[in-house]
Design a protein around this ligand. Sequence first.
Ligand code: 3PG
Length: 412
Amino acid sequence: MTGEHLPYYVEFLTMDDLDLTGKTVFLRADINSPVDPNTGHLLNTIRIREAAMTIRELSSSKVVVGSHQGRVGSYDFVSLREHAEILKGYVGRNVRFIDDVIGPAAREAIKNLKQGDVLVLDNLRFVAEENFEFSIEEASKTHMIKTLKDYFDVCILDAFPAAHRANPSIVGFVEVLPTCAGRLLTQEVRSLVSVLQKLKPPITLVLGGAKVSDRLESLEAIMNSHRVDKILPCGLLGVIFLKAAKDLDVPTGIKDEEKYVKKAEKLLSDFAEALVLPEDFAIEVDGKRKELTISQFNSEKPVLDIGMKTVSKYAEVIRNSGTVIVSGPPGAYEKKNFDIGTKTLFTELANSKALSIASGAHTLTALELFGLRDKITHVTSAGGALIKFLAGKKLPLFEALKRATEKWRAFK
Ligand code: 3PG
């Protein structure tokens, strides 16, 4: 797996190629953050802190920040009010929030911006269209883009974690506004491509986290690209694989679980050599950690961590790897007694000689919590998008940047 095999290079337009002084800029950031299901407050602010880097540089522009947050119907489908408040602390300038996206209130607020001001629009997915995928051409004709385009001079795409989504705010402006990559995205992709030139075999992918459908899709792409030698599925994904391999009766709470188990069965039959399955898990009984081997496994309780046998088996694979890519924590690292899998494997990785790539906001939060972030070769808050990028898949945001290079290169 090297940079040459990737579909994208860094030769897209950046913030250095467009004159941004005095301009009203639509900045498509990704400040989608984990939300505490009990309090509704943000669990970490990593992506907000990162987005602030680009915004600080735009001090001579009028900046309108757009981002999605969560998915329709989910507990994390919330407003961006708290994000804006946190962003203000990181940016150190006037940051306002408006509880509107394309309505008169948002448009009036955009019109009234002064140089240096920052306005955060509400969750873009509150506009129905933003929950659907479009071609670049179709997206430019959506109501969102037609309503907002005349209020902006330039569009900056800085949402690497959402690069795999062809939503209007990501692919819709490029036909109608000079568009370039944001600073954060440019830096992330440059450093990623440089790491990818140096990858050493064997390459291991540790996959955890909760987005099982995305994970399985990416896994299929990455396995078909033959770019990874070993896969260590953890968390819910690990449970799905075990259900496929051993027909376990364990609750996952995942909608359409049957479909995912079928997909996992297919992956297991096609890539049995590469997939190293968990052997035990931890659940919570009376507030304590209880380890269950697969043969004991018929539990009503949700899995909260990989078990100790799996931890040592996976640690050994990590020790013998030339490169390890981690996307998603192996367990509920934020919960006392259930952080063992995540902490042990991440420490193993940090102390190993392997080249390491850590991906996703939860992964970075766990690394920061354990004081290990600085020992990782490359970190990015992108989760699913990074895996698709590594698999060599075409990503809509980069398709838009490619189109921007053709269309706006001569524009200053
Ligand atoms: C992510 O967290 O992976 C991105 O923000 C994309 O979010 P989505 O999977 O809800 O589209």
